[in-house]
Design a binder for this molecule. Sequence first.
Ligand SMILES: Cc1cc2nc3c(=O)[nH]c(=O)nc-3n(C[C@H](O)[C@H](O)[C@H](O)COP(=O)(O)OP(=O)(O)OC[C@H]3O[C@@H](n4cnc5c(N)ncnc54)[C@H](O)[C@@H]3O)c2cc1C
Length: 293
Amino acid sequence: MGNGVKKLLSSGVSQLVRMATRNYIAGPEIEDAQRVCAVLVDRGYWVTQGYWDGANDTPQIIQRNCAASIEKLGRFPGNNYVSVKLPALDYDENLFGTLLDQSDRQGIPLHFDSLAPGHASNIFSFIRRIALPSTREIGCTLPGRWLRSINDADMAAEIGAKVRVIKGQWDDPEAPHRDPQAGFLQVIDRLAGRASCVRVASHDVSLAREALTRLRNAGTCCELELLYGLPAAPLISMAEDLQVPVRFYVAFGTAYLPYALSNLRTNPKMLMPLVKEAFKRNYLSSIPIHSSS
Ligand SMILES: Cc1cc2nc3c(=O)[nH]c(=O)nc-3n(C[C@H](O)[C@H](O)[C@H](O)COP(=O)(O)OP(=O)(O)OC[C@H]3O[C@@H](n4cnc5c(N)ncnc54)[C@H](O)[C@@H]3O)c2cc1C
């Protein structure tokens, strides 16, 4: 293929990527997230709000956006929470401390997103040292891809954290070929009957169904957590069959291409979904009224 054609293709794909990424966040501003959350809450869902930072954001800017999220979510009914990326706050105890105070005052709990494996130990030690002693409820995220998540599940159950289980965007450097689905279910089994509540965060319908069924059979509080912008209808109907509440994670700020599509170079099959995503419209109007939350 000539260089000119290659350049043209590559700029076409970049343009598609830019169009597609816009669908995975509510918009750049908190008002965008608020507008989306208002519709979802009105249709019977719980919501998570998260600020996705950009390259030029300081920890102070990120903290202000998290604080605004707590304040604004406090206006909605339901079991809603704010998700934070601790490394983006630079593990700053003062900045985080003001968020914790506000979270407790307004009754909107905080939850920690999972990031690259190098951050995991720091995040969990921060939870133990700083967050736990001063809050009523805290949430953390465990990737099924990581071997360490089994032990982290024990710790999360022991401290009473609410746990979001995901496949994870980053491989475990010590087990790069670990099967994310099998790992996901191992973490679920470890939490079943022990965790205070488990948030099954996956758009993989059969995996999510199996995980929720195991948790229900063990009598463990559980819910389905979906990412705003990704296909949701079959998952919502599965959750309704199981009578499990559904929440949407609504991000605002800087758009990233989510997981499956970001592997375009190694997985060219994702090109067609990317094209569909780029031209997708009216996501919110495709979300039905939900009765189990
Ligand atoms: C609520 C929520 C919170 C998350 N939080 C974190 C976090 O804190 N840290 C982290 O590392 N990761 C997080 N993730 C991402 C997660 O780690 C996985 O990368 C992601 O969920 C992919 O796994 P999956 O289980 O959805 O299955 P996949 O097999 O990737 O997807 C299942 C199905 O969803 C559909 N699908 C997937 N992607 C697309 C797409 N882009 N366009 C159209 N259809 C698509 C396809 O039908 C696919 O078969 C989160 C995911 C969710 C849903």
